[in-house]
Design a protein around this ligand. Sequence first.
Ligand code: SME
Length: 164
Amino acid sequence: MEELVIPKNISSDEEGYKLLLKQLRSLLVKEEPELSNLANLTAAVKQTFKKIIWVGFYLFDGEKLYVGPFQGKVACSIIKMNEGVCGKAASTRETIIVPDVNKFEGHIACDEDSKSEIVVPIIKKDDSLFGVLDLDSAEYDSFNDTDKKNLEEICNFLVDGIIH
Ligand code: SME
């Protein structure tokens, strides 16, 4: 399957995630290149949710994070561990929801339109850090437990079947 079908009149984020997850399970294929799967995932997330202005991966090279496949404006290439929201989520291995980026000490502003953010760490089966999935919105307070739960499920799906 190479087409994502998301109706224009989705009633809620929960419904959007349900449709998204169902289709990701056929859109992403383990036998295909990892990079292609990650790239398509970012496009699928951006297509599903109007609130997202930036979605992408920062990947861990054993020392620092570097930008991977994404959709949105040009972003910083390198983020050190423990720096910014991404570096913090990668270091603590905990999902971070930032309702107002101006109030997060050390937030790295890649897109000045970004007002709120969520970052989900991706931990491989051998317990090593793969990277993080980062989503940005142009509105304050855009992310909540629904996003956290569903994005963590998406990352678990990646770890279970897509990431090598
Ligand atoms: N805001 C992030 C940097 C990445 S951009 O949002 C794409 C951070 O503070 O880590």
